[in-house]
Ligand binder design. Sequence first.
Ligand code: SF4
Length: 217
Amino acid sequence: MYGDSIEFLVILIAKHTNLCIENTQAQVSKTYDTQGGKFTVRGMMDCTVDGNVFDVKSASTYAFKKFKDLQDSGNESQFINNDAFAYVDQLDVYSGILHADNAIHPQGWIAVEKQLGHIATPVIESEAAWDRHVPLVDAQMRAPLPPERNAGTDHHLPVADGKSGNMKLPISCSYCDYKRNCWQDANGGRGIRTFLYSNKPVDLVVVSREPKVKELL
Ligand code: SF4
């Protein structure tokens, strides 16, 4: 709710500048013809700024740093390689719908740090590259078994939980609805074990040293 309010305010303020803000909260969709049939990607873009797609992100201090680093360094590949929530793919889909010419267009984010109100507006170039994932998604949807966790990306590798030797879910999996099915083989076939740390639950896939906190069963 707080995040939604910030995003609404940012667009409202931007509309009172000399920028051309259009397509606010526009529903968009694109249908792909694949070997397995048609499938449609739907979404809602936040806005376009002077004709280019921008997404408004209200971010924690930690998440904001990624956007600020991109703005300051212009290091697109570093951002893309650490894009666990597929923010770039999201823009690519919207951009591909908006610009039918398949040319490279600037696109970016208006990122707002929720705590202190800092704003970053990093921009990257796009050639609607999300479409390159379509054959892989099609093959995965038609596969009789769940796809391999690490197919084509390293966003789904376990990460060390401190120095205990324990391993936890990567952030991209920790929010996923399919994590219990997908990680059935974790902990020697026992599945994900969730422990209630002081600040939040943590999903462990390897427990070398049992945490001294309550386990959620
Ligand atoms: S838990 Fe979800 S995000 Fe992670 S690999 Fe499985 S399906 Fe993908």
